[in-house]
Design a protein around this ligand. Sequence first.
Ligand code: KIV
Length: 295
Amino acid sequence: MEFGWELGRQPVEGSGEIAVSQNVSPVRTTDLKAMKARGEKIAMLTAYDALMARLLDRAGVDVLLVGDSVGMVLLGYETTIPVTLEDMIRHTQAVVRGVRRALVVADMPFLTCHTSLDDAVRSAGRLVQQGGAHAVKVEGGGSVVPVVRRLVDAGIPVMGHLGLTPQRVHQLGGFRTQARSAEEAEALMTDAAALERAGVFALVLEAIPSGLARRVTQTAGVPTIGIGAGPHCDGQVLVTHDALGLTDGAPSFVKHYARLADAMVEAVTGYVSDVKAGAFPSATRSRGDAREEES
Ligand code: KIV
């Protein structure tokens, strides 16, 4: 059954928004498989708050990932490891509030999959039940297969994540390309197949050679979403703040679709100099005066 969303707005002419009809069908996990089957690429981006989620959703992004990259992008951590389940729930709630169409996937943060299967179900359950996520993402290969199976059994859709898995940054020796050797490539192929059998509905492939990403994509029955994995995946994901030029030191594979940091610094520099010069606010912009005039 299709549930339409009654939208209280029309597309803004010339704004670059996708043509939004009155009824928008939310993207579901099952839609992604259909998109792979018909060769339609999947556009995924990260989001951590309602404002950004609303804008990305309006622009037609299919999947919003509440990534634990929130720790590095917004919270100022060096890695994703300090991010807690409470952080993820709070940010997921915010993103869900901003979304009408996109599928919202929330990252299972560090260690939430590794203490016990029951703990994993409880943590994923909170992301779905309290956070409002439509699915969770789990980093790792063979070792997380039992977790994936258990979550899927519990009715929680799971996205897998292979290649560079940032929660293992200390084990991997840094944020670097993975599966370069033939042996590692075969291990990744085996992991991808095992995750698919366990029931993932899609697989993120991060920082692996593009030839290997193509092999996984051709072999897997579920969609692959690449990041730093070349053009052959069924979809692509980027950290939004990297793509919009808000962060320093984005990885070299990132295309900058805007330079918002520069635009923001320029705008705020203008504000600071106006305030210092007494040029803002002008008399007509003073609310107090306006109220006095009204009364
Ligand atoms: O946390 C994140 O943003 C991610 C993406 C980079 C895939 O896992």
